[in-house]
Design a protein. Sequence first.
Length: 391
Amino acid sequence: MKAIAKSVYWVGAVHWDRRLFDSLIPLPDGTTYNAYLIQGSEKTALLDAVDPEFAQTLLASLDGVERIDYVVSQHAEQDHSGSIPQVLARYPEAKVMATAKAKPMLMDLLHIPEDKFVVVADGESLSLGDKTLRFIHTPWAHWPETMSTYLVEDKILFSCDFLGSHIASSDLFVTDQCRVHESAKRYFAEIMMPFRSILAKNLDKLAACDIGMIAPSHGQIYDNPGWIVEAYREWVSAPPRNLVALPYVSMHGSTGRMVDHLTAALSAKGVQVELFNLAVTDIGKLAMALVDAGTILVGTPTVLAGPHPLAAYAAFLANALRPKAQYLSIIGSYGWGGKTVETLASMIPNLKVEVLDPVLCKGLPKQDTLEALDRLADTIATKHRESGFRN
Ligand code: FEO
């Protein structure tokens, strides 16, 4: 149990060697599951729990705490709620405070009995005596039921996944802002990006609070929180950058040669390019580039009459993440034919993009293909300039 303010304690767990979340998201720096104990003069509340794998760590931190009156469940996903049943077993008097949408989810996911719950409304306050919790619904950060909690007297915002980062550290507070910025951006890209318009409203709501500290449920605590809020505002609302995100795969080098030629042509025209060889890339890096990119280019050979499965995966991911890119195209080489463009185009219905003429070639690219790639680079540079994309 480590104090972050008077009678406010971190009681979380550090998962140093976790490398994958949801069997999908790379965690190069591990993560933490932050839970917080708030002891008011009359009542005690636990804010969130930890991943069930670390239930004993949480319970050990709570040794000596005789009574918990409230377990505030800000988010039903199991990395924060999964050990609530064990907490309730030790503290049967505790009530679970959750949004109306979280309650049935927690009942379904964890089989918590209905009579354990108290539903809290948006803006509702809960007195712990000399400390007051105010619940602020922050839906789609990143599930529909999520909320944040503002500790009024200490000006601490407990934001759950929102504004958090996946970093395992022995330091509770941010020590390296650049490192946390990258990790928080990765986290935003991987799970928050599709919900940008609602997140912008959530940020506006939180701006009404006088926030001195932000204590998320993953990663380090922000004792100087202004920069992370501003970073989120940019990721959520700023227009795209003069950047092409180019995920590609090449089997025998032909598509790779096209990618190299197009990258050089774009760079010569002042367009930044980030390449992601899908055979080896960290998919989180691609997600981060999608936060900013004005154009997405997919490079793929034709295999089994369609796009390479890794390219299909990248397209499926981009479609799910709904980035703010405004243009998209496809380049690649084929051996004898296929429906690569049609198949990929059918996989991105969520993307509000103008599809620029794809460039496909048979076998190793010849001069006419290289010239077509030059024209595509020209088109992209012009579109980015006319759209006012930032460098
Ligand atoms: Fe950290 Fe959505 O759970």
